[in-house]
Design a protein around this ligand. Sequence first.
Ligand code: GRF
Length: 196
Amino acid sequence: LSLVVLISGGGSNLRALLEAAQDAEFPARVVAVGADRDAEGFDHAEEFGIPTFSAALSNFESRDAWGEALLEQIQVWKPDLVVLSGFMKLLPPAVVSALSPNLINTHPAYLPEFPGAHGVRDAIAAGVTQSGASVIVVDNGVDSGPIISQERVAVLPGDTEHTLHDRIKIVERELLVQAVLDIANGHINLKELSLA
Ligand code: GRF
């Protein structure tokens, strides 16, 4: 299974996929890494010799033009699956529909709890004792697509957004690697899931 991974930041989830793919038995390969900026996570791609590309929203007349440019660069690689992992932009509907259902996303909360760009901060603010991590199929909403997998993560007294996010990321990357594995070996059928 060939993957294009889109990131915006440090790419710790990307690194987990790159490391998993080091195992010849792992049935997926990251063929390119894209971002909406010159992301720090590109360092991981370069370390593993994976090509990178970026399209910054500010360089385009509109979100749609930006989305189109990003889609064109994604499609160069003809991926079987596009993984959003720490990609902090909403993809325009044309991009989602072009890639769907082979487009998944990780989110650092137990969806539908705490969707959006600040799921970890919101969980802390809400004073909950547990949050979680989720892998979903991307639809045109904000973190609203069908859930592929999710797992609870404890919120500990004194947790900050940073300490909780670090604890969630450990689970998030396990879920992501397992989801890619299950999709590659057919245990998960994205088409069925997206129609459910
Ligand atoms: C991840 O928790 C992702 O779900 C969220 O932001 C974080 C990005 O982490 N959107 P990284 O870039 O994978 O380290």
